[in-house]
Design a protein around this ligand. Structure first.
Ligand SMILES: [Zn+2]
Length: 320
């Protein structure tokens, strides 16, 4: 009797998770022909390699669509209520790495030379770690969708000229996605260090490997400014980026990584889908973040240490 109820529960959970097939109810053969957990799990041992996010969908809806590349079916996974993380995503450990300027002669501890960045990319490659996009990470955090076995997300802050000159060509060479966080008042300004021009930024934004995140207008610590200034920094930077780059900007990166409840609320109200933080209070994996508006990161110097722990929970949650 107990076994019967367990089976019933497992089957019910499975049906809930796989509900809402986009093409038609019968087109997702795995669900209709193999209703048992065992059947689906044995067929989909490598589901992380098969799942591709369907592009041009809004990731804030109640379901997120993936295409199974092997069988070309659409899989629809229900999302956790915004802004919480899906329970199935808590088993994974995705390191989000924070980089700053890339330049030939380093000036501060945050800088990296192009040669050092290449070494990082080589380490990622030789460790069989797979860089994912921010959209993939958000879809995973919202649905618990499986990721590659060892995922990582690369982020570059502050819109430096070295990002176009060194980081972007290297990302293209390796085929790695990345996020660039831009504070709009500094675009094209070359005082001290060079910064990206709008033209360079547009070239990068048009590349499917690249995600542009708003990093405010003037890069203040959001926890220390007035309500009015906070609103301007969060809302106006989104508008400026969207009009200059002619595309939606769905993500925000807190200047200095710093946020509080007030900043989170303003960012959420401004229609961002998620926000990237740093170091409040500690560096940790994205899956350990409080919610989507405080996605945790590691400083680049911890790459070697954290990739050893990277884990994408690569099978469907029901098959673990
Ligand atoms: Zn910054």
């Amino acid at each position: 009797m107990k076994r019967f109820f367990t089976l019933l529960l497992v089957t019910a959970l499975w049906m809930i998770t796989l509900s809402g097939v986009a093409q038609s109810a019968s087109s997702f053969k795995l669900m209709t022909q193999q209703p048992t957990n065992q059947g689906v799990c044995s067929q989909h041992k490598n589901i992380s390699r098969e799942l591709k996010l369907v592009s041009n969908q809004r990731l804030n809806s109640s379901k997120i669509l993936f295409r199974t590349t092997a069988s070309d079916k659409v899989l629809s996974l229900p999302t956790a209520p915004l802004p919480t993380l899906h329970p199935a995503s808590l088993k994974a450990r995705v390191p989000v790495m924070m980089y700053h300027d890339i330049l030939q002669e380093k000036k501060i501890i945050y800088d990296l030379t192009p040669q050092e960045l290449r070494k990082h990319f080589e380490l990622i490659k030789s460790s069989q770690v797979t860089p994912i996009s921010l959209n993939q990470l958000i879809a995973h955090l919202r649905t618990g969708s499986p990721l590659p076995e060892k995922p990582i997300l690369l982020t570059f802050d502050d819109g430096y000229g070295g990002h176009y000159q060194y980081a972007y060509p290297l990302l293209k060479e390796y085929g790695y996605p990345a996020v660039f966080s831009i504070h709009t008042s500094w675009v094209g300004v070359n005082a001290g260090r060079t910064h990206l021009s709008w033209q360079q930024l547009k070239t990068m934004a048009n590349d499917s490997l690249i995600t542009i995140s708003s990093h405010s207008k003037t890069h203040p610590a959001l926890t220390k400014i007035s309500d009015q200034k906070l609103y301007q920094e969060v809302v106006e930077s989104k508008k400026i980026l969207e009009s200059k780059l002619d595309r939606p900007v769905n993500y925000f990166t807190y200047p200095y990584g710093k946020y509080d409840l007030r900043a989170k609320k303003v960012v959420a109200k401004a229609n961002y889908l998620a926000a990237i933080a740093f170091g409040t209070p500690t560096e940790k994996f994205a899956n350990q973040s409080e919610d989507l508006f405080s996605i945790a990161r590691f400083e680049k110097s911890r790459l070697e240490e954290v990739i050893l722990q990277a884990w994408g929970n690569p099978t469907l949650a029901q098959c673990n």
